[in-house]
Design a protein around this ligand. Structure first.
Ligand code: MRU
Length: 345
């Protein structure tokens, strides 16, 4: 099995430590969060990003919230923690893992009947983290089995160790397939405007000595038309009950091009990304970020002064364009509402 030593999220010396993904690949620096508000702010600013990593960071953020609430009012800490948990849950809207992790930490809170809650909450946060790591290993193995030796794959955004508790979802499949000598090439789409592909996926794969070829987002359809990739493999921020997939903006274009060109489309995501309470993708809140992410780069203007920009950062790929959905429980081919419900039982 191909290992990865990258840790985007850690708990050290009683605080949350995040690898600052805004600064990669130039600098490997860390942000230390001592308060639940600092954890929420780090999620909002994308110091930490990627659906499972956001959920894990929020779970540790809930430990900080428990510490604050206990110090503030040991008799009524379960009340004092509520607004802090709500603040964490609201940090980013689209990735369901965030709400899922907070719900799980709330349930943990509810079960604490006496004493300092922080140690119990920390055990739960660590469990969420460890479960995600293990889920990624399993997904990697299941997903790799679908890939014939000699294949080339395209991935979008960063669904790797940086976006998870470790190893990655889409990049977990790619790591496992690479380790089994199934891949001849990995293409990474740059992923405008935040450049998760250029800055993060390329960094992560090269660090693990997996060669990667970077392409502009606009080159993906051409690459597929030329028959140069056999699979598009992506992660997900939310998968609705009918199998629609919210993921980084640009994913939908790849899925449409893949179907047109006869390239297969795989989504790798843990069961915690499946949101059975949301019927279909039209009901997902799509995060809109500042237009300056499009009109500027690293503070430098790209567009003329005063130019408007539309910056939705996720899109929804209809289930009908997905050939395989891979979770830690196995593979769903051509996912639909019935297959997903059965898978999640
Ligand atoms: O805005 P980001 O960088 O948080 O978006 C991340 C993605 O869209 C990932 O593909 C998704 O969260 C899956 S990560 C395993």
């Amino acid at each position: 099995m191909f290992e990865s030593e990258i840790n985007a999220v850690a708990w050290e010396n009683d605080r949350l430590v995040l690898l600052d993904q805004r600064r990669l690949p130039g600098e490997e620096t860390h942000v230390h969060c001592e308060t639940s508000e600092a954890a929420a702010e780090a999620i909002r600013l994308m110091v930490v990003r990627g659906a499972p990593a956001i959920g894990i960071a929020a779970a540790y953020g809930a430990v900080l919230a428990a510490r604050e609430a206990w110090r503030e009012d040991p008799d009524h800490w379960q009340l004092a923690i509520q607004s802090r948990l709500a603040n964490l849950a609201a940090a980013r809207p689209t990735a369901v893992n965030l709400a899922w992790a907070i719900r799980r930490m709330e349930a943990c809170c509810a079960g604490i009947t006496s004493g300092d809650p922080a140690p119990v909450m920390l055990r739960e946060a660590r469990a969420i983290h460890e479960e995600d790591r293990l889920a990624n290993r399993k997904m990697g193995e299941f997903g790799a089995e679908l890939i014939s030796p000699g294949s080339a794959v395209l991935t979008h955004c960063n669904a790797g160790a940086l976006a998870t508790g470790g190893y990655g979802t889409a990049l977990g499949v790619i790591r496992a397939a690479w380790g089994q000598n199934r891949l001849i090439r990995v293409y990474a789409a740059e992923t405008r405007p935040w450049l998760q592909g250029t800055r993060l996926t390329a960094w992560e794969l090269l660090r693990d000595r997996i060669p990667v070829t970077l392409i502009t987002d606009g080159s993906a359809a051409y690459l597929m038309q030329q028959g140069r990739v056999q699979w598009v493999i992506v992660g997900a921020d939310r998968i609705t009950a009918n199998g629609d997939v919210a993921n980084k903006i640009g994913t939908l274009s790849h899925a449409i091009a893949a179907r047109h060109c006869g390239v297969r489309f795989m989504v790798a995501a843990p069961v915690s990304t499946i949101d059975l309470a949301t019927l279909d993708g039209a009901r997902i809140e799509i995060e809109q970020r500042a237009g300056s992410e499009v009109t500027e780069f690293a503070g430098l203007p790209l567009a003329p002064k005063g130019c408007d920009a539309f910056n939705p950062v996720f899109d929804v790929t209809p289930a009908g364009l997905v050939d395989a959905l891979v979770t830690e429980r196995g593979v769903i081919l051509r996912p639909d509402a019935e297959k997903i419900a059965k898978h999640c039982q």
